[in-house]
Design a protein around this ligand. Structure first.
Ligand code: HEM
Length: 221
């Protein structure tokens, strides 16, 4: 059996933050407010890994590294893993499973609703990440469902922006990255639609008229 060292390395790399957290907990070094520290730490790693998951396809195309796609699922699942730790910290350590307290929080603090939305969007993606689910849903429907990762990313940015009181630099940074990746995705979809239409025309022997090359208004010669 061929050992996939790259995947093992990536797996260990994605586990590094949780090992770091456990190491600090072991050394009783989780700051004066451990719950706040764990919440922020796991929240940060969730949003980072969501952004990295979104960046895989553009990087793969821009750097001409088609093999990168093999690592997307693992990174996405780790985003879900850190999101689950983040949610669990809130439900367990922060709220002690007191559900009415959480409901009050949802009503009073909209950033909680946004965070919850971001997390719920990740759930079906984690469930359907297996080869069996890809087969069951079919490639097209699976891809459509997995566009939810963009909704999750946007909700995560809103969650972060709303919870920060003064310094908005970090949520704006993540927001810009998500906007850039979304713009890339939309441009790629637009290009694919145009190419598809051209193929249909060509198949019918109706090659669409190529736009005439107009002289540029800025051309001097
Ligand atoms: C994909 C889902 C989520 C992402 C990406 C995310 C991300 C984040 C980030 C980046 C932070 C701030 C970290 C920092 O300041 O360094 C944060 C804080 C927080 N998040 Fe989330 N979050 C998610 C879901 C949730 C959910 C479901 C809940 C609870 C229902 C939640 C509750 C909180 C709380 C209570 C804080 C701390 C707020 C404060 O310090 O005032 N998050 N989250």
């Amino acid at each position: 059996m061929k050992i996939r060292w790259n995947k093992i390395l990536l797996f260990l790399l994605c586990l590094t933050p949780v090992f770091y957290l456990l190491w600090r907990a072991w050394n009783q070094d989780l700051t004066a407010n451990p719950i706040e520290y764990i919440t922020h730490f796991t929240g940060d790693w969730t949003i980072r890994l969501i952004v990295v998951t979104l960046a895989v396809t553009p990087l793969r195309k821009l750097l001409n590294l088609p093999g990168l796609v093999r690592y997307r699922r693992m990174i996405g699942l780790f985003a879900f893993f850190y999101g689950s730790l983040h949610f669990l910290t809130y439900v367990w350590l922060d709220k002690f499973f007191v559900w009415h307290d959480m409901l009050k929080d949802v009503a009073k603090r909209p950033f909680i609703t946004a965070g919850f939305t971001a997390f719920v969007c990740l759930l079906p993606l984690a469930v359907t990440s297996t080869a069996g689910w890809i087969r069951r849903l079919g490639g097209k429907r699976w891809r459509q469902l997995h566009r939810l990762v963009y909704a999750s990313a946007v909700a995560a940015v809103v969650h972060y922006y709303w919870l920060v009181k003064a310094d908005h630099r970090a949520p704006i940074f993540y927001g810009s990255l998500v906007a850039l990746l979304l713009a890339y995705r939309m441009a790629a979809a637009g290009r694919a639609a145009i190419t598809g239409r051209r193929r249909v025309f060509a198949g019918r022997g109706l090659v669409p008229p190529t736009p005439p090359s107009l002289p540029s208004p800025h051309r001097t010669s």
